[in-house]
Design a binder for this molecule. Structure first.
Ligand code: BG6
Length: 462
């Protein structure tokens, strides 16, 4: 008989979303512009099939139906984000009552249906005015974010108990300041480190504010995309490459978020290359005060690296890749649509690392998922037969279960995502949801995986 995988009582089954990716109504309800509305207007060609964020999955108008679907497929928890530019158009100043009403309705509807809302404050969607002031490079924007966070805690903290300051804060650094896939499309290592650093200052200020608000039973956390580094071999040069990749891409946020300080080796590398950010007196103490209660882990892919084959171009922009080359392991399993390796054991390695080196902090898988193109190919009897997604989730859950059996403090599993949504530059190219969305009519249809997860959630395992 095959082994049974039963998860701890009260395990969080659900999914994750973000405001800009599902709400739509980009120019409705008093919402201000964010960088995505703006960039799409400027350069529509950079978005897959030129689809922008105006309507996305229309959650703004269909949230009731969507919450019924969540309930139907066994969700007991659901992570969404608040759109800063909807709640406070322009980023600072007057609170938009229509937005308050909207988020209140969604939160109340979730709770009435037995689904606990988890709220993220920032998921890649900087209000345009704040970006025009310099975005995270400007400490005044950091203060505006802190104020926004305070307002959100005061408005919704009576009902929302799990809060996340940022989703994948490294992504706007990578996309906006290193690799040209987010606005403002800057390529500049020093500005990137400043943005990364100020994001953590904003995080810490929000954590301090949260604790001052004394939200009963409230927990504050951050959601990080952890990409475990694996060296090509045990050669010291490969090991070093892997260690440095880990410093740049994982520990740059994980250490300050959980331990309250940056790794010394990372600081030294940045110092040696004249890339250290500008800091202020009191920042060290602030970062220490910003340690989280709970950590969301987004896991999609590992990062395999090797020692560099060639010297970097020292006249080019400073890049983490000055210290390692990416390594394509022969035989690796790929998701060809997204170009990401599938390595299920990575989820276990992350959890063991958290247990051994990060005080076994309370955590959960806040995103994991598989984006597939042209899923209509798999329609049979009106339903997408996404067995590949079921296999993907099951295999990851088996490794997560093993980690829990070995004492890791993982409390739940959220898929990216509930329903197919607008994936930034990829727009509707790859579909990730339990539920398919017709891009034109917005009609929702459950995929096979939705029925599967319902059973898993009801049995608390499989
Ligand atoms: C995560 C993000 O990086 O992965 C989501 O939190 C994103 O916002 C998801 O949509 C899938 O990645 P992508 O690039 O295919 O949309």
């Amino acid at each position: 008989m095959s082994k049974k995988y039963v998860f701890p009582e009260g395990f969080w089954w659900g999914s994750a979303t973000s405001a800009t990716q599902i709400e739509g109504a980009a120019h409705e309800g008093g919402k201000g512009e964010n960088i995505w509305d703006h960039w799409y207007k400027q350069e529509p060609d950079r978005f897959f099939e030129q689809i922008g964020p105006e309507t996305t999955s229309d959650f703004y108008h269909r949230y009731k139906e969507d919450i019924q679907l969540m309930k139907e497929i066994g969700h007991n928890t659901f992570r969404m984000s608040i759109s800063w530019s909807r709640l406070i158009p322009g980023g600072r100043g007057k609170v938009n009552q229509e937005a308050v009403d909207f988020y209140n309705h969604v939160i109340d509807e979730l709770i009435a249906n037995g689904i606990e809302p988890f709220l993220t404050l920032f998921h890649f969607d900087m209000p345009l005015e704040m970006q025009n002031e310099g975005g995270w490079e400007n400490r005044e924007v950091v203060d505006a974010y802190q104020h926004y966070a305070k307002i959100a805690f005061e408005l919704f903290g009576d009902r929302v108990k799990k809060w996340f300051t940022f989703n994948e804060p490294i992504v706007p650094v990578e996309g906006g300041y290193l690799y040209d896939f987010h606005y403002p499309n800057v390529v500049d290592g020093k500005r990137a480190t400043q943005v990364a650093y100020n994001t953590m200052i904003a995080h810490a200020k929000a954590v301090v504010t949260f604790r001052e608000c004394n939200i009963r039973d409230g927990k504050i956390g951050i959601v990080l995309n952890l990409t475990p580094s694996y060296p090509r071999s045990q050669h010291p040069a490969d090991l070093k490459a892997s260690r440095i990749a880990d410093l740049f891409f994982n520990r740059s946020f994980l250490d300050p978020a959980v331990l309250g300080e940056y790794p010394e080796e990372l600081i030294q590398i940045l110092r040696d290359h004249h890339q250290l950010p500008i800091t202020q007196n009191g920042d060290k103490e602030l970062l220490m005060a910003g340690k989280v209660d709970i950590l969301g882990v987004n896991y999609y892919q590992p990062r395999r690296v090797k020692a560099k084959d060639h010297l970097p171009n020292m006249e080019g922009p400073f890049m983490p890749e000055w210290f390692f080359d990416l390594y394509e392991m022969p035989g690796r399993k790929m998701n060809p649509y997204r170009g990401w390796e599938i390595y299920e054991k990575g989820i276990y390695d992350i959890m063991i690392n958290l247990k051994e080196n990060y005080n076994n902090i309370e955590s959960f898988i806040s995103e994991n998922g598989m984006g597939v193109q042209d899923e209509e190919r798999f329609v049979n009897n009106g339903q997408i037969q996404d067995d590949y997604r079921i296999d993907f989730i099951r295999e990851h859950l088996i490794w997560l279960h093993k980690a829990i059996e070995e004492g890791c403090n993982a409390r739940g599993y959220h898929l990216w995502t509930l329903m197919d949504n607008w994936s930034w530059m990829n727009a509707y190219k790859n579909r990730y949801g339990f539920i398919s969305v017709d891009v034109n009519t917005k009609k929702r249809t459950l995929k096979k995986s939705a029925y599967w997860i319902k059973e898993v959630s009801e049995k608390n395992g499989f």
